[in-house]
Design a protein around this ligand. Sequence first.
Ligand code: GLY
Length: 357
Amino acid sequence: MDPISINLDLPIDSYSINISHGWQHLESAIKSYVGNKVMLVTDENVKELFVHDITSIISSMGCEVSLAVVPPGEASKSLKIAEALYTQALNAMLDRSSSIVALGGGVVGDLAGFVASTYMRGINFLQIPTTLLAQVDSSVGGKVAVNHPLAKNIIGSFYQPKSVYININTLDSLPQRQFSTGMAELIKYGFIWDKDFLGWLENNIDRLIKKEKNALAYAIDRCCRIKAEIVGQDEKEKGLRAILNFGHTIGHGLESISSYCLYTHGEAVALGMVYESLIALQKGLVDQSLVDLLINLLKAANLPTKITEIDVESLIQAMAHDKKNKSGSIVFILPIEYGKVDIFNDVEEELIYNVFQ
Ligand code: GLY
C-alpha cells in the first residue's frame, strides 16, 4: 500500500497524518522534525514490540535516542511521571532543537505530549500511535494532558504534533479488548459526521473486527479525515470540536464513578453513546432505528450496550465536573439525525433518570 497522507490545516503549525502498512515511510514523515536528540516515550508493553525498530530508524537518521519507559495504564498520566520524564530529558541534555516521540496508545501520547509542550516552553513532538483508539482519535488534534487526582485530563493544553505516523500493522498485536475500545471511537465518527461512513460501517463491520487490512486502512483514513476537518475548523474547542465528545459526557461519568477500573475508555464511550441516544429518543430528536443501528454496530464490535445497575445520582454528580459544562449546566452531544449531532445544555435530570430505568 502506498502511504496515505492527510493534511491537518491550521492557522499555524499545520501537519500531516501518515497512514502506512509498516515502518518504511517513517523516516520521511519525521526527519524534518526530530532534531539532534530524541526522547522516545513508550510503555512496558509497547517497548517489547516496536522499540527496537523505531530506535534503529531514528538512530540511522543521526539522532541520539534516549528511551523513557513508563508503566502501562492511566495511572502514568500524572504530574509525578511527567516530572520523571523532565528529569530524564535534562539528564539526556535535550534542548530546544530536540524532540519527544510518543510510541504507544493514548496514555503515552497524552503524557509525552504534555511533557513536550512544557519542557523548555515546548519542543517538537511526534506521534506514533500503536492502538486503534490512538490512531483514530487521541494522536490527532493536539490534546495533551495529565490527570489530577480529582479529575481526568484536567492539567493540559492544545499542543499539536509536528507529524503523526500510523502503521496499521501495529494493530496485529493489539489485545482484542483494546481493539474493541478503539472501535467505539471509530463508530462514533459515523454518528457525529458522516452518514455515508455509517452506511459503510453497517456493511463492513465484520471485516473490521477480523482486522482485514484494506477495511482498517479505509476506516482509519476516514476517521482521521473527519477529525482533521473538525479540528481544522475549531482547534481549541470553542464550539464545533465538542461534537467529538458524543458519548463522553456519560462515558467520562461512568469511568469516574467506577474509579477507571470497570470499563476501558471505549467501553464507557460505547455505553455513553447508547444512553445519550436514548436521551435523544426521549427528546424526540431521533427515532428508535438510529438507536438500534448504534446498538447493533457496538455489539458487533464486542462492546457493552447496557448497564444493569447504576447509581444515577453519583453519575450526575460526576458529570457535573465535565470540562464541556458551561455555567453549571451539563453539556450533552446528542444525535439529531443519521451522521449528525448537536450540542445541548438543557437536558432535564428526569430524562437522565428515565433512560437508566
Ligand atoms: N478526543 C476528542 C478531541 O480530540 O477533541
